[in-house]
Design a protein around this ligand. Structure first.
Ligand SMILES: [Zn+2]
Length: 492
């Protein structure tokens, strides 16, 4: 009969990731698991819980075992595995807590007040114990329980760096930390392709121990602790790697992995991972383009003549039986248009003032308008702030372009027959932050051809790297071309 026994305690908690895409609400939770390995008198606890409440329940559970808690071993430096430590040590003052040196260093970073405040508190409001401590550094790789050896197994990067498992050879038990997950989405947010491969090697290491039971740090409510979860976790990481190589957005990555593993709990972990790996996963704001401004006019025909004369493009002139009529004009190069007509606005004709027309050369623009027969003011600059909104003849409209020809500094004005007024402004260099970085423009067919050829060449390299044909090449091309023009990092 083996000298040692083990048992586990699992506690369900909410997922630490909020705001995941809808559809998997019933799976949006996870358990943490701790393990008590005991001999005749003494016991070793592996890992603790996070919250004050779960820690209290853990204290009671250990006390009820009737064993003397000699040691607490913490497998890795994530708060959900050691934040309860102080409460345990207060209740069992003879126990000593240990972890490897690199884990202890990681835990010290986890419990820095700034990190608690910015990372843990928002995720677990009011649940983080007020006093947090890190364990002592374990010398060597062996713990003893009533003469039996328990071996610390260095696993390298699994869900975080420098993780470990605890192996109890005499009973064929591996407490895997977070290297093995039981029907739960693994936390891959801290990984890249290299560290995911490190994780796969960690699974090989655990498998090579031929355990009879493997404790997963996170799993379902009543986990079976079967070694089959080594292979299950391996399959998940491999699936993740191949999906990651063939998707470009967080949502796509999330949905494709989810489709392969629909029933695992805690999809929030996958969502956190997708966001971390695919950058900004905030849903892009819905575009709202200011496209049409309605101007009030008294005579539709007269206005139509005027704006035709100005040289703007007539887009529409629609009449309806009920007397409604709409006319639309667009200034050259403008993304926005104006509309006027009948039954369109209760506003008095001529009351739209100082509508900006931005030009790159104020003198040329003024000359062109004048050549069309438009009565346009002379070019001026502001003698005082706000002069551009003053009427012609104001003393603070100073004649001539701004002396240094500063961008935004030179103006001219004209009005339509009703008195709706237009303000020409010269803009040569835009203020920072006022240029849409995603705007992608091609001046000619050949410019576009060359961009496509560059994207195709880079995509050939991409396929060589991944070793797979990419069916979604148009998505990749588009991302490449937009990034290239915006001067951003190109996709690989
Ligand atoms: Zn964990």
């Amino acid at each position: 009969m083996p000298k040692l026994n083990w048992k586990i305690l699992t506690k369900k908690r909410d997922s630490s990731t909020q705001g995941l895409p809808p559809g998997k609400e019933d799976l949006a939770w996870v358990t943490n698991t701790v393990t008590l390995i005991s001999g005749e008198h003494d016991a070793i606890l592996v890992d603790t819980f996070l919250s004050v409440q779960h820690s209290k329940e853990l204290v009671d559970w250990v006390a009820e075992s009737g064993k003397n808690l000699a040691t607490i071993y913490v497998t890795h430096a994530h708060g959900d595995h050691f934040f309860g430590l102080k409460l345990l040590l207060d209740r069992f003052p003879n126990a000593r807590a240990f972890a490897t040196a690199s884990s202890v260093a990681g835990m010290q970073r986890q419990i820095e007040p700034g990190f608690i405040k910015s990372f843990w508190e928002p995720r677990f409001p009011g649940q983080v114990p007020p006093q947090l401590v890190a364990p002592e550094i374990l010398e060597g790789d062996t713990l003893y329980l009533e003469g039996e050896e328990l071996k610390v197994v260095e696993l390298g990067h699994t869900d975080t760096s420098n993780t470990t498992a605890l192996h109890v050879p005499s009973i064929g038990l591996v407490v895997s930390g977070d290297a093995v997950y039981n029907n739960t989405h693994p936390y891959l947010a801290e990984t890249d392709e290299n560290t995911r491969n490190e994780w796969l090697r960690a699974l090989d290491t655990i498998e090579a121990l031929h355990p009879q039971a493997v404790i997963a740090g996170h799993g379902v409510l009543d986990p079976d602790s079967s070694p089959c979860h080594i292979e299950e976790t391996r399959r998940y990481i491999r699936d993740f790697n191949s999906v990651a190589a063939s998707t470009s957005t967080a949502v796509e990555l999330y949905e494709k992995v989810l489709a392969l593993h629909p029933n695992r709990v805690n999809p929030g972990s996958l969502w956190a991972t997708a966001k971390a790996l695919r950058g900004n996963a905030k849903v892009a704001p819905v575009e709202m383009k200011l496209e049409v401004v309605v101007i009030p006019v008294a005579s539709v025909e007269r206005s139509k003549d005027f704006y035709s004369k100005v040289g703007w493009r007539l887009d529409a002139d629609f009449h309806f039986d009920n007397g409604f009529r709409v006319v639309q004009f667009t200034p050259p190069g403008s993304a926005a248009s104006v509309q006027f007509g009948t039954k369109m606005t209760p506003v008095a004709p001529g009351s739209s003032r100082s509508m900006y027309l931005v030009v790159t050369d104020i003198v040329a623009a003024r000359e062109q308008l004048a050549s069309h027969g438009v009565v346009v003011s002379s070019v001026f600059h502001a003698g005082e702030p706000g002069a551009n909104f003053e009427a012609e003849g104001s003393r603070i409209r100073i004649g001539g372009p701004s002396p240094d020809r500063a961008s935004y500094g030179s103006f001219a004005t004209f009005s339509d027959p009703d008195g709706n007024s237009w303000l020409l402004q010269e803009v040569t260099t835009r203020l920072p932050g006022r240029v849409e970085s995603g705007g992608t423009l091609f001046a000619s067919v050949s410019d576009l051809q060359e961009a496509l050829i560059r994207a195709a060449t880079a995509h050939g390299e991409h396929e060589k790297r991944t070793g797979a044909h990419d069916e979604k090449w148009p998505v990749w091309y588009a991302a490449y071309i937009v990034a290239e023009q915006a001067g951003k990092t190109l996709p690989l």
